[in-house]
Design a protein. Sequence first.
Length: 360
Amino acid sequence: MAISTRAKKGSDPITQEPKEKLLDYLRTMYEIRFFEEKVYELVRSRQIKGASHLYAGQEAVAVGAVASITRNDMITSTHRGHGHCGAIGNLWCDSEEDRQTHWNKMLAELMGRETGYCRGRGGSMHIADVEKGNLGATGIVGGNIPIAVGAALAESFKQSGAVVLCFFGDGAVNTGSFHESLNLAAVTHDGLPVVFICENNLYAMSMPWHDRSVPEAPYASRVRDVVKRAEAYGIPGFQCNGMDVLDVKEKVSQAVQMCREGKGPVLVEARTYRYFGHSLSDQQRYRTKEELEEYRQRDPILLLRHRMLEAGIATEAEMDAVMEKARQTIDEAERFAKASPLPPAVELFDDLYVPKDPIE
């Protein structure tokens, strides 16, 4: 199968998008960024318990990918999944009240509150809202990939036309579940409707994928481009700039359309970068400050702002207003979460097993 790394020729994609959508992409990226910065503060002050893996820097991938699907579609997420959950939650919002409620439930979940998406039981790495297409995140690297294939198989049987987006990092690419799942998705029903999205942020914990900023460091693969692995399964593959929300949207939209036409599955590699360490205990000795600063110069939020300004689509004042609205949303989510009750202690052992009664 041919592998594409270039966008189709034509006019700048930014001129093809309505202004309202572009501003919404910007707002969602700001919401994810401010959410992650808030989580960082709350973990540091021990108001959020346990590990938390932050998505800051990768916002364009979640926002661009989710902009490519409808409410009929689904996602599966990872331990670094706040961005995915944030983006698909916004997809279901029809009002400002809906949007605020969504982010309230997100932060309440991380703080272990009864008002969270999973009533505080899931926490940072296990947010789910199945009714809205979020099949859940998992703390097991690569653990969500077989789940996505199973969901795609179910939709194939139902002939629903739905597509599943499966997010994972470069660290999952060398797991058995990645290879088994891609092969199964490729050969079942002549291809299942699932888009495998590898967010290659260059590091799996402290292990570089291929390129190394610290000489003599070990690395995970002699093959630089994850997208080349699509060839092994005879499926299409696309590579995109994971710091550019519009490039992500374009490539994932192509992949989604192929799945709807029965030409899936598709592997998409988004080259991106995380600003924080793997977790808050990560001392980040495997990368240089110069490398981090280089990628901050390619910031996905600043890139979209620059392109909108350059194209005359929005003014600095309009984009600043969007930024402030996003900040207010996350600040209010913090107030809501802190005021919400913790689950009662008597329910500590509830929901550990499925109900004894048969499931209808």
